[in-house]
Ligand binder design. Structure first.
Ligand code: FEO
Length: 396
């Protein structure tokens, strides 16, 4: 259902309730997502972003409820990733003469995806296109989160359309932030930041300062996923400022996997030590946990404690991927520790500590190893490890 944001501005996107994994690799989207596209009807008609290709017919159907798609004059492609540009060929089929507005880096990526000679126009920060009563103003936002990423601001309506920034993978029946479950909304916004934008936190902080310096009045922030921020729209900007600073909460996450329960018992003993030290914690068995949800918890937390048994001289295959994720997402200001069980070669703690060090996570307490099944003194050593991590968290 098309939604009016204000006079002459419409959401014409698609709600995808059924998707659970995003992009080819596993980004879990347990609450679905939306692909937001916006139609501005003025003396000229502009479409800001499209939707993922499989939903292209629905986009055209939605546009038709407001305007004839063949009358579109301007199509802004803020970012070429196919969840936003996938319907572009169909839009251009209906409006072949429309100007396709992209960032300078978009001049490479959009033709790189579609191999078409559309009527392209490259814009940079501060460039403007008048639609009549209103004007599109562009702000380049490279690496938030692709080189081609760009924000579009609709002057006159005071709506910022920042594409992926400030979004959430969150399918809802209503379109605006005040109509959503606030706990779900903020969890999904943080999950999105932790799993997509965290590596670019320095750029996020700079871009927010640049935007605030531009002193643009902002009545709404209309991202390309999730709900539109119309009630106190700057609340999500303030949240992003905090997330970009990566100042963690005084809490801990234990991630582990287990073959015959030895490492599970150790994980729970580490948790007991954290609890005794007064630090809230969560424990995740990685073979049974959603990696992106666990990464969100790690993003929030000061400490990450990792456990694995040894198999074939390495870590359990269910433990390794999240260590790669942590390294790639460049989480900052964390501390870490390791534990694990073994039968003969016993390199689990050493391997985990090497991986954490690669993630730039300092080890704050000596790791604990238990041979075969943990004895009472091994579990006591795990409790002491948890207590040492708790002390480091509280002292941080
Ligand atoms: Fe939502 Fe980077 O695409």
């Amino acid at each position: 259902m098309v939604e009016k944001l204000t006079d002459g501005v419409y959401w014409v996107g698609v709600v995808d309730w059924s998707i659970r994994h995003f992009h080819g690799y596993e980004l879990s989207v347990q609450r679905g997502t939306t692909y937001n596209a916006y139609l501005v009807v003025d003396e000229k008609i502009a479409l800001i972003d499209t939707v993922w290709g499989p939903h292209r017919d629905k986009l055209i159907e939605n546009i038709r409820q407001v305007a004839d798609p063949s009358k579109i004059d301007v199509v802004v492609v803020n970012h070429s990733e196919p969840d936003h540009s996938g319907a572009l060929p169909l839009v251009m089929h209906w409006a072949p003469k429309a100007e396709v507005v992209v960032s300078k880096r978009g001049m490479e990526s959009v033709p790189g995806h579609y191999h078409e000679r559309w009527n392209f126009r490259a814009v940079g920060t501060g460039d403007r296109i008048s639609l009549g009563r209103r004007e599109l103003v562009f702000v380049e936002a490279p690496m938030l989160h692709w080189p081609d990423s760009m924000f579009t601001y609709l002057a006159g309506a005071d709506i910022l359309m920042p594409n992926d920034a400030f979004g959430q993978h969150y399918a809802t029946g209503f379109r605006f932030n005040d109509q959503a479950d606030q706990n779900e909304l903020y969890y999904e916004a943080m999950k999105y930041y932790a799993n997509i934008l965290a590596p670019f936190s320095d750029r996020v902080a700079k871009k927010i300062s640049e935007l605030l310096d531009m002193k643009l009045p902002v009545k709404m922030i209309a991202p390309s996923h999730g709900v539109i921020w119309r009630t106190e729209p700057m609340q999500i900007v303030e949240k992003y400022r905090g997330w970009a600073a990566q100042t963690p909460e005084k809490r801990a996450v234990i991630i582990y996997d287990t073959m015959w329960e030895a490492t599970r018992m150790m994980a729970e003993a580490v948790g007991d030590g954290l609890a005794a030290g007064g630090v809230p914690h969560k424990i995740f068995r990685m073979a049974l946990s959603d990696r992106n949800d666990v990464l969100t918890e790690i993003f929030r937390a000061k400490a990450v404690v990792v456990g694995s048994p040894v198999i074939n001289g390495g870590l359990l295959p269910s433990v390794s991927p999240i260590l790669e994720d942590i390294e790639g997402l460049k989480f900052k200001n964390k501390i870490g520790a390791a534990f694990g069980s073994y039968g003969w070669s016993g390199e689990c703690v050493k391997l985990i500590e090497e991986r954490l060090t690669k993630c730039k996570i300092p080890i704050v307490a000596p790791g604990v190893r238990a041979k075969w099944q943990p004895k009472a003194e091994d579990l006591e050593a795990c409790r002491k490890l948890g207590a040492a991590v708790a002390a480091a968290v509280k002292g941080a």
